[in-house]
Design a protein around this ligand. Sequence first.
Ligand code: HEC
Length: 137
Amino acid sequence: MKTIYHFCWIFVSMSAIGNSFSDTENQSLNEIMRALSDGSEQIQQGISGENYTAMQLAAKKVLQRSKVPTDVMAKLVEELGAEVMRYKDFETAMYYQAKYLLKAIEQRNIEKVSLHYHQLLQQCHDCHAIFFTPCTL
Ligand code: HEC
């Protein structure tokens, strides 16, 4: 739980500072990110309670959101230019990580689940470090 709160705190404080994504774009990307955040928290709760059904539902939610829809991607291309390739790499890595996590959940292997979950959170952080700070864009 502590990790999640820590992450949320970082997200919230970064939103407060603001960044150079336009408002309309923030809307849909924000919604996706909120869902990713909810999903991650639900996975964490599932891990704490060893509730595989909850973990599976939440991991599917994360997996579904780990590739943005084409209209959001089009705006990202506009916004980021060539840097969008780098963004895409992070996104693809998150997609596969969510798949590994889901597989570990289906295998009911709690150690693997924990490992893949923490790697997933690391990926959230890595992408944010580059694309979600006021000074890098
Ligand atoms: C490929 C890059 C990338 C990855 C991976 C990524 N994010 Fe984000 N995230 C962003 C960007 C860009 C923003 C800023 C969006 C904006 O300005 O609206 C953001 C913003 C957020 C926000 C703040 C939304 C708001 O209301 O301002 C949350 C929460 C968030 N991400 C959660 C997550 C979680 C949880 C994960 C991992 C499961 C994750 N993100 C993975 C790029 C990423």
